[in-house]
Design a protein around this ligand. Structure first.
Ligand code: GLN
Length: 490
């Protein structure tokens, strides 16, 4: 058996029907890992023995007729900024290289309660800061479609693991695009839920008002299945939303019901900034929706040009505060020979944080400092409100907005590392979505002339993930793009 032949939902059904065992599924995952992982480098850690032990336990429970969950026996990978009780939680940073979390993230608990088999933790840009996974302090991950190119980021390891079929399904986190953009670069589905839909408890914080955890998967159905497992209120995260206000749906149940009377919104002036191949794939995707009976309306997002500027003030401000805890005392790395206690802090941080993380701590500290707070941070918050209102207004005229995920397909390794602003610009289509807090999904919608995947981004109003996945499924049901896979899958 190869994982390539089965999605998570197929696999779980076969495991539950005892046509395939979880042990066989885990075996298939590690067989592919042994083959492809030395080339792609998706994982920071792998839990081979633990995964087999867990699979055997699930198989035993099934044989005994005991209840098992929605992901029983399915191999899953998780981004290494999610706290687990087993293994290290590194955040792709040397400062946390040997950090073992004393507690686990709520999403990890929910995965385990659902019977998932966590096979490893995936590489990321250090503390999820980046768009290419090149900022990882621990290892290099390459795009499975072209090993000279980046997998996107910051959840590049999770996207690569799913694209190369090292696992069936994975978790990432998205602060400004980090699920959707690597999904697009690697030709898989990525879903960032509404802010507050999924508990952030145990996700190492980067930009707390922007961060959300979500699935990367081969298909919309698998993403919907994973969302059903992780969504919902958590008393340990006060920003997770009360289910009486925003109920969690069974995202899989009505997935194949097309949304009737669908109006899709497009912002042509904004989309014009993308590469030719991305624009023509978007145009073709719009045609697919028209073919399914949707009406197209032109919308305006008047403040969207300020999204990158506002984001890089807000996200860095929050990061500078969140990362203050990594001080050589509380967590992780400590400089070996400090002259005094000030050096414990300064040298530990100097020696173990990477360049991008330091840049952001400095930017954020500056934006929050007295005298500049009003000019930068407060101004950025006001812009954020304007952008949020742009989306509210746009959704008065349409049910979903379609746009590119990124202006380009996967770029070459090293192409943007010397120019942070150029790197930041690659987030242009994803970042406003986090500022607005709405859900967004990336789905494969084409290949460029070099054969690299292109993603279509679909946005819907806050807490309408049930509709979002159905709209995405309409596209998937009408196209073949999600069946394309990189040669490394074999
Ligand atoms: N690329 C963006 C950044 O560097 C977004 C990262 C993310 O979503 N975690 O901040």
């Amino acid at each position: 058996m190869s994982l390539d032949e089965l999605t998570a939902i197929d696999l779980r059904e076969r495991i539950a029907a005892r046509q395939v065992s979880s042990t066989e599924a885990v075996h298939a995952a590690f067989e592919q890992i042994d083959r492809a992982e030395p080339t792609v480098g998706a994982f920071i850690s792998l839990f081979r023995d633990e995964a087999f032990a867990r699979a055997q336990e699930i198989d035993r429970r099934l044989a005994a007729g005991e209840p098992v969950g929605a992901l029983a026996g399915v191999p899953v990978a998780v981004k290494d900024n999610l706290c687990t009780r087993f293994g290290a939680t590194t955040c792709g940073s040397r400062i946390l290289e040997n950090f073992h979390a004393p507690y686990e993230a709520t999403v990890i608990r929910r995965l385990l309660d659902a019977g998932a088999v966590i096979i490893g933790k995936t590489n990321l840009d250090e503390f999820a800061m980046g768009s290419s996974t090149e900022n990882s302090g621990l290892k290099k991950t390459v795009n499975p479609w072209d090993t000279e190119r980046v997998p996107g980021g910051s959840s590049g390891g999770s996207a690569t693991a799913v694209a190369a079929r090292l696992c069936s399904i994975a978790l990432g986190s998205d602060t400004g695009g980090s699920i959707r953009q690597p999904a697009s670069f690697c030709g898989v589905v990525g879903l960032k839920p509404t802010y507050g839909r999924v508990s952030r408890y145990g996700l190492v914080a980067y930009g707390s008002s922007l961060d959300q955890i979500g699935p990367l998967a081969q298909t919309v159905t698998d993403a919907a299945l994973m969302l059903s497992v992780i969504a919902g209120h958590d008393p340990a995260d006060s920003t997770s939303v009360d289910e009486r206000t925003a109920p969690v749906a069974d995202y899989v149940a009505r997935l194949d019901e097309p949304v009737g009377g669908l109006r899709v919104g497009i912002a042509p002036a904004f989309n014009a900034g993308a590469d030719e191949s991305v624009r023509s794939a978007l145009d073709a995707a719009i045609e697919v929706y028209c073919g399914a009976g949707a009406d197209v309306v032109e919308i305006e997002l008047p403040h969207i040009d300020y999204a990158i500027a506002a984001y890089y003030v807000i996200a860095t401000a929050e990061a500078s505060s969140n990362l203050a805890r990594f001080d050589g005392v509380h967590y992780g790395y400590r400089t070996p020979n400090p002259a005094d206690y000030v050096e414990v802090y300064s040298k530990s941080r100097e020696e173990a944080f990477g360049q991008e993380v330091k840049r952001r701590i400095m930017l954020g500290t500056y934006a929050l400092s007295s005298g500049y707070y009003d000019a930068y941070y407060l101004k950025a918050l006001k812009v954020r409100n304007l952008i949020r209102n742009d989306f509210v207004k746009a959704f008065e005229r349409c049910d979903a907005i379609l746009m590119p995920v990124a202006p380009t397909t996967a770029f070459k390794i090293g192409e943007k590392t010397d120019d942070p602003l150029k790197m930041y610009l690659s987030d242009i289509y994803t970042i406003a979505v986090n500022l607005a807090g709405i859900p967004g999904l990336s789905i494969p919608c084409g290949l460029d002339p070099a054969g690299l995947p292109i993603g279509l981004q679909i946005l819907t109003p806050a807490f309408s993930e049930d509709k979002l996945v159905r709209i995405a499924r309409m596209f998937e049901a009408a196209t073949e793009w999600h069946t394309k896979k990189p040669a490394i899958v074999g």
